[in-house]
Design a protein around this ligand. Structure first.
Ligand SMILES: [Zn+2]
Length: 404
């Protein structure tokens, strides 16, 4: 998985209204829509996602609980996942390919599926030897992609596909001038990519209605930018991955992305797309996991953490920092309020059927009283709490109360 970090391009001002909550604080309300905890009718239950990019072992399923949809697993994992009633999405990318792969056989095959410009066949924006951009407008690539998707679902037994690396500049803004036949003459790579995904999306609705399609756009701004004039990336996929949500897979200064994430979440949460967002955070410890989980809950996004656990206790980058899903709160159910900001402080809160979420983005501690008894999840772990208990949230941390 490639990490893409792009600046937020839009910043919607928070709407305000006067209201008083149970603890008497003046609140600002952020209109976010009530999109949290979307139910996936295809699997009859609320999906809970986990990525797993490591070897599948006999104890992996248990480690990933309560996830029921596992992304990126090898074919050898399918029998175990299905025996537990879970679902599996196959990793694939249609943006780039190396020789000897499903979509690019050898150098001569670039004539059929490579993206050609005046400079020659384009290399991938992510670099790498003999790693080429695929022409999203190529009729031959489209044929190969559709065969691949059909095989993945109907023969190999996957429950869907996870498409990494949505189309990248410069190819997304240029027109391929190769000699091969194109689906839409004169189309730029970006719009042609949306057309290609639309073809898959339509096929799935008809021939594999239970299958899931998810695309890694990097972030919502990039998903908006991929547009063919009729549809954007949002319209041709079941889920859009927002990678590096709150915390990136880097370590050091580039790890913390909280401020930009919160700012960009405001506009996405108030759009019709919120229920399609899967926020993938790369927390390095439980403290970061509960914080990023709580931020995603505020905005109504589904949440996943990390790609594996091989980097636990090391200084390596890459997002294999450990699985925290078992220690995080259970799903909170539908929201019972809009997202609210406490006046004069950078404190956000939202109420759900099964719990309350408070996030302290301020540089000072914040105290509040619990509305009901239950289990309190904070940076120090889970503990029992009674109703009306005073809780202090340290700066840059969260408190999630799950009601008894
Ligand atoms: Zn082309």
């Amino acid at each position: 998985m490639i990490i893409k970090v792009r600046p937020a391009l839009c910043h919607q001002r928070w709407y305000t209204s006067n209201a008083r909550n149970a603890i008497g604080c003046l609140l600002f309300t952020l209109f976010t829509g009530l999109a949290a905890a979307a139910t996936d009718a295809k699997q009859g239950a609320t999906p809970e996602f986990a990525f797993w990019y490591e070897d599948w072992r006999s104890d992996t399923w248990a480690k990933l609980q309560p996830a029921n949809t596992i992304i990126g697993v090898p074919p050898a994992a399918l029998a175990d996942i299905h025996s537990h009633g879970g679902r599996a999405l196959r990793y694939v990318t249609f943006y780039q390919a190396r020789f000897g792969s499903d979509f690019l056989h050898d150098e001569a095959d670039l004539d059929n599926v490579g993206f050609h410009t005046k400079q020659g066949f384009l290399g991938s924006a992510f670099g790498g030897k003999d790693n080429y951009v695929l022409c999203s407008n190529s009729i031959e690539l489209s044929r190969r992609v559709m065969l691949y998707v059909d095989r993945t679902i109907h023969h190999d037994g996957y429950d869907g596909i996870f498409i990494d690396n949505a189309y990248q500049p410069p190819a997304s803004d240029e027109v391929c001038d190769a000699k091969h036949s194109h689906t839409t003459n004169g189309s730029k790579g970006g719009p042609a990519y949306v057309n290609l995904l639309d073809q898959i999306y339509i096929w799935m609705r008809k021939d594999a209605p239970a299958a899931t399609i998810m695309v890694n756009a990097g972030n919502p701004v990039a998903a908006d930018a991929l547009n063919n004039g009729r549809s954007s990336l949002w319209d041709v996929t079941d889920y859009v991955l927002w990678e590096s949500y709150a915390f990136s897979s880097h370590i050091g200064m580039a790890h913390d992305r909280i401020e930009a994430t919160v700012r960009q979440s405001e506009s996405t949460a108030s759009s019709s797309h919120a229920s399609k967002v899967l926020a993938l955070a790369y927390p390095r410890n439980y403290e970061e996991a509960i914080f990023s989980f709580a931020i995603a809950q505020l905005f109504g996004f589904q949440y996943a953490a990390n790609l594996g656990e091989n980097d636990v206790g090391t200084a390596r980058e890459g997002g294999h920092f450990g699985i925290f899903l078992r220690e995080l709160p259970p799903q909170l159910g539908p929201p019972k309020s809009e997202l609210q900001q406490i006046a004069g402080a950078n404190i956000l809160q939202r109420h759900f059927e099964a719990g309350d979420v408070m996030v302290n983005l301020d540089s000072r501690p914040w105290s509040f009283r619990t509305s009901r008894r239950g289990t309190l999840y904070s940076r120090s772990g889970a503990s029992h709490t009674e109703q009306n208990m005073q809780i202090e949230i340290p700066p840059k941390s969260a408190a999630v109360t799950v009601f008894d």
